[in-house]
Design a protein around this ligand. Structure first.
Ligand SMILES: [Mn+2]
Length: 247
């Protein structure tokens, strides 16, 4: 089958009733019924909060999970990158659904393209507070404890974390969109030197950002922005990258 890989990020779903949730369901159904799709990459913060395999979330977003299950059953390779709002995904999306789970950047060879993918929460080297939190959340003790906490407590904790993170995202955006894009550019430049890519896709920082790496003839960086600004799904085929098929 010809390559048809879709990329989604930062939908930040809070409930199944909101318009973006319905838009996402509609998109999944269209992929299932009318199009051929080989890969689906979820770049993190798909949900405004998801912790491990708590029944609270599984139940709340059951319609979305059903659509993902259906795509997976059709043979679609699904990769889910943890964001800073969706954590410990292996317990449900990995073990239960059989998706590939990533907690850091990943490299993929798709068609004739080398692709780097990550959520983007590690892009800003100056964000030391978050770096500490990220480390803390991945320590074995917290990883063991989190899935075992009562749902109500997890939801409360998650709301707090979500708010802190939103304040950071808003703060960096308020400084200026240029500053936010600069964070992406510097990070992508470092990443390109480390290991060259044709495409680099990320999310997390809610700005529109699509450019070609100056050090290369063709390498391209795409930040998927946020569905709170407008719904977006990128597509990579053998012909190249389409930044948004949901226009
Ligand atoms: Mn994020």
């Amino acid at each position: 089958m010809a390559l048809k890989a879709y990329f989604l990020s930062d939908i930040h779903l809070k409930s199944i009733e909101e318009p973006n949730a319905q838009r996402l369901l509609e998109f999944f159904r269209s992929l299932r019924s009318t199009e051929e799709i080989t890969h689906l990459f979820l770049l993190g913060d798909i949900f405004d909060l998801w912790i491990a395999d708590h029944f609270y979330f599984v139940n709340k977003f059951s319609e979305i999970i059903l659509e993902l299950r259906r795509l997976h059953a059709l043979g679609v390779e699904i990769h889910y990158f943890e964001g800073n709002h969706d954590l410990y995904l292996d317990r449900f999306f990995g073990k239960e659904l059989g998706f590939h789970i990533h907690v850091g950047p990943g490299y993929f060879h798709l068609g004739h393209f080398q692709i780097r993918i990550e959520h983007g929460d590690q892009m800003d080297p100056h964000d030391l507070g978050y770096r500490f939190l990220r480390w803390l959340l991945r320590t074995p003790v917290i990883k063991w404890v989190a899935p075992r906490l009562p749902s109500r407590f997890v939801v409360w904790l998650g709301e707090k974390m979500s708010k802190t993170s939103r304040e950071y995202t808003t703060a960096i955006k308020t400084i200026s969109a240029e500053r936010a894009i600069e964070v992406i550019r510097l990070h992508a430049a470092r990443a390109f030197v480390e290991r060259p890519f044709d495409f680099f896709l990320c999310g997390h920082i809610h700005v529109d950002c699509d450019y070609r790496v100056p050090e290369s003839d063709s390498a391209r960086v795409l930040n998927l922005g946020s569905w709170h600004d407008h719904p977006r799904a990128a597509l990579i085929t053998d012909e190249g990258l389409t930044p948004n098929v949901l226009n």
